[in-house]
Design a protein around this ligand. Structure first.
Ligand SMILES: Nc1ncnc2c1ncn2[C@@H]1O[C@H](COP(=O)(O)OP(=O)(O)OP(=O)(O)O)[C@@H](O)[C@H]1O
Length: 304
């Protein structure tokens, strides 16, 4: 459904996207994860025909994004980072306008509007002014609007940025409901790790490069083992002790917390706690996250 080959984009001498290559299958949720400035919006803008690539080939639903822009536009829906609804209109008026722009046949408009409002649970607010909606409701209406013309691909640029955690969780319920109901291919950009985790596959981007691409579970498995985070009364002494006396894959210190990567935490921890001479003040065992994947490739955290 999405095919990207050797995609490059530069702004004057600055290379924002360096030679990207990836494919997205029909019905897949594909996440683009990276810190601010990684090149995510640039990529989504090229894929959705809003920005011209410097070089490379991109097809959406079989259509080239530079040669067949209108065909591509018919095939896609977009949920932008910022609110693009008309706040002085009602939900229904906003949707009706979009139906007209996208050529949804007159006789089908009402039914389709009802259908999409049902998906995002906004049927009761159909005649309310958008300016009266909460942030979460506005986002849901934007998602509904993006679906009106039966797009094959839905682009979501940071779909839940600026929303509180509860509303974010709800937005995700709707997105997953959509996947089930309409088998839409979804391409989303995010810098939230938990959102990337929901994706079927994720591409991790940094400084314009795709540095890893796979199922979230596989990316994390590649790191191997478990992570033990600990605080001690003397971190320097503890690190020396760990390096000298314990079988660890890796040990590092960040913000007064020691990170130890071990092959198997079950086998490691009980002996470690008994043997370590430097007093421990805290200890937490966890599985690797996508942030650890990013860290292992770049030496930085995504939230940095
Ligand atoms: N029109 C432009 N002119 C010059 N540089 C630009 C332009 N648009 C983006 N950039 C630069 O290109 C790089 C990638 O930007 P982009 O917006 O694609 O990143 P992003 O990963 O989407 O980040 P964010 O999450 O902050 O939107 C950044 O360094 C940005 O400053």
């Amino acid at each position: 459904m999405i095919d990207v080959q050797n995609l490059k984009k530069s702004y004057k001498s600055f290379q924002a996207v360096n030679n990207s290559n990836f494919h997205v299958k029909e019905g897949e949720i594909f996440g683009f994860l990276g810190p601010n400035g990684a090149g995510k919006s640039t990529t989504i803008n090229i894929l959705s025909t809003m920005l011209k690539p410097t070089s490379g080939e991109v097809t959406i639903n079989g259509y080239d994004v530079t040669k067949h822009r209108n065909r591509v536009r018919e095939s896609i829906g977009i949920i932008f980072q910022e609110n693009t609804l008309d706040e002085k209109l009602t939900a229904k008026e906003n949707l009706m306008l979009h139906c007209k722009f996208y050529g949804v046949p007159r006789l089908k408009r009402k039914a389709r509007i009802n259908e999409v409002l049902e998906i995002v649970d906004l049927k009761d607010s159909v005649n309310s002014l958008v300016e009266k909606f909460s942030g979460g409701m506005q986002r849901r209406l934007e998602i509904a609007r993006g679906l009106l013309h039966y797009p094959k691909v839905l682009f979501l640029d940071e779909p839940s940025v600026g929303l509180d955690p509860q509303t974010r969780a709800h937005i995700w319920e709707y997105i997953l409901r959509l996947k089930e109901k309409e088998n839409i291919t979804m391409f989303l950009t995010t810098h939230y790790l938990d959102e990337a985790e929901i994706s079927d596959r994720v591409a991790i981007m940094d400084h314009g490069d795709i540095i890893a691409i796979d199922k979230p579970k596989k990316l994390k498995q590649q790191l191997g083992g478990d992570i033990i985070e600990m605080t001690t009364t003397d971190n320097e002494a503890a690190i020396q002790e760990i390096k000298a006396n314990f079988d660890v894959v890796d040990v590092s210190l960040k913000d007064d917390v020691i990170y130890c990567k071990v092959e198997n935490s079950d086998a490691f921890v009980s002996n470690f706690i008994k043997t370590l001479q430097t007093p421990l003040t805290g200890l937490d065992i966890r599985k690797p996250t996508l942030n650890d994947v990013f860290l292992s490739f770049t030496g930085r955290e995504i939230r940095d």
